[in-house]
Write a protein that binds this ligand. Structure first.
Ligand code: BES
Ligand code: MN
Ligand code: ZN
Length: 448
């Protein structure tokens, strides 16, 4: 940081290295903006002007990336520190337009979009950050309803009676061990003038705490299982942004919220559960609960009109073994939808890596006593979990995001705080905006 730089009106000038020029893009620009904010906050500097370097796609993209990156850098997870100094940013000015410039109005729209998207990602991170005693399924339902009222979404929150009525045997089997009642959260966005189809269905795993149930987890690291509702929180954040950005396409979101607890009422290994779709599931391991709640969530989203599906879940430890903490595991049963989603991922600056869904893997989850088992043995655990979900989406174009390794950041980074990442929120928003702009799901190049 240069103090009183010559020839510049500003009192202080912060210079940040952006790495190699050839590989510099909006992904790096987001990080720079986040790093600037995180450098300045502890120095009690709450206002800054960011001069964005020219980027190939254009000034509007640069502005959006700067605002998103700055908002992401502005989030801290230390909300329960009694001496917390909440040093949030007050003012951000973005200076951009070097490369051919851009109309002021276009830049302002990009800034506003970046603000909505960044705020929504932080809304998601705030939910994930909450411990399970303060964010029960009931509280998550209340928070969803409150957000829906604020931004103008239709919201329904259901309890166990409705789940019985819908015959959600898989979802209910996980909830039975807990004293906290489950919640089925449904948010709908149906803008005027939108076509009847497509309807994008978003389904989120909302396990507010995962003990493993009777197949209980070891105590070491179990405290982190408060973030097992990250997938659900991602969908709520994405819906918040959609309501404010107003793309012309219908979206329905379903979050299956419950605890996974051991108790005298809890389900046991070997139990058979009948999912809403009618499929019979042999529960081998009660800790493979995410796929059980999602089985009913995915089926229900289709029943509510979804013509394509995206789910996000902290589903498997195996995806962490495969991809570490860098890439989200992405699975797709439709190449055209995958390619469109991968483009959205580039624009959003989030990292994902495609994983396979070959039919051979199904043999690992074929049950002798029922249709399907909820675990597939040691090998390829992220894939067999996805194969399980695939049984409940049928032929609907579908994308599954396994965020177990990426939803939580273990160490502080210059551009983002330790704690919940909110990753996949931005990509889902970009994807929905693209579907609205093009009026179709898929990149139009064909192929299944
Ligand atoms: N919520 C966990 C997955 C997880 C692991 C999330 C690590 C975040 C970090 C999930 O419910 C789970 O327990 N999965 C089991 C499945 C197994 C029993 C087949 C796992 O991955 O061990
Ligand atoms: Mn589990
Ligand atoms: Zn879980």
């Amino acid at each position: 940081m240069v103090h009183r730089p010559q020839g510049v009106k500003a009192k202080r000038l912060l210079l940040i290295g952006g790495g190699k020029a050839q590989s510099f893009g909006s992904y790096e620009l987001r990080k720079l903006a986040g790093a600037a904010v995180r450098f300045l906050k502890p120095r009690s500097i709450r206002a800054l002007s960011f001069v964005a370097p020219p980027l190939p796609p254009g000034a509007a993209d640069a502005v959006k990336a700067v605002v998103e990156g700055a908002m992401v850098g502005d989030f801290d997870s230390d909300v329960y520190k009694t001496d917390r100094k909440d040093q949030r940013l007050d003012e951000l000015t973005v200076v951009a337009g070097g490369n051919g410039g851009g109309a002021q109005q276009e830049l302002e729209q990009a800034l506003e979009a970046g603000r909505i998207i960044g705020e929504s990602q932080n809304f998601t991170r705030g939910l994930i950050n909450e411990p399970s005693n303060r964010l029960t399924p009931t509280v998550l339902g209340d928070r969803a309803r409150q957000m829906a009222e604020e931004v103008g979404l239709q919201c329904e929150v259901y309890g166990p009676e409705k789940l019985h009525e819908l015959k959600m045997g898989a979802f209910l089997s996980v909830a039975r061990g807990s004293d906290e009642p489950p919640r089925l959260i449904v948010l709908r966005y149906e803008p005027e003038g939108a076509a009847d189809q497509p309807v994008i269905g978003l389904v989120g795993k909302g396990i507010t705490f995962d003990t493993g149930g009777i197949s209980i987890k070891p105590s070491e690291g179990m405290e982190k299982m408060k973030y097992d509702m990250a997938g659900g929180a991602n969908m709520l954040g994405a819906m918040r942004a959609i309501a404010l950005l107003k793309p012309k396409v219908k979206v329905v979101a379903v979050v299956c919220a419950t605890e996974n607890m051991p108790s005298g009422k809890a389900q046991k290994p070997g139990d058979i559960q009948i999912a809403m779709s009618g499929k019979a599931i042999e529960v081998i391991n009660t800790d493979a609960e995410g796929r059980l709640v999602l089985a009913d969530g995915l089926h229900y989203a289709r029943q509510r009109g979804a013509t394509c599906l995206i789910d996000a879940a902290t589903l498997t430890g195996a995806v962490v073994v495969a991809l570490g903490h860098v890439n989200v595991g992405i699975f797709a049963n439709d190449d055209a939808m995958y390619r469109q989603f991968a483009q959205a991922e580039q624009r959003a600056g989030e990292k994902m890596w495609r994983m396979p869904l070959d039919a051979e893997y199904f043999e690992q989850i074929r049950s002798h006593i029922a249709d399907i088992m909820n675990t597939g043995g040691r090998w390829g655990g992220a894939v067999t979990a996805a194969m399980f979900l695939k049984e409940f989406v049928d032929k609907t174009p579908w994308i599954h995001l396994d965020i177990a390794g990426t939803a939580w950041i273990d160490d502080n980074k210059p551009w983002i705080a330790k704690g919940p990442s909110g990753v996949t929120v931005r990509t889902i928003i970009e994807f929905i905006r693209d579907v609205a702009a093009k009026g179709r799901v898929g990149d139009g190049l064909g192929g299944a």
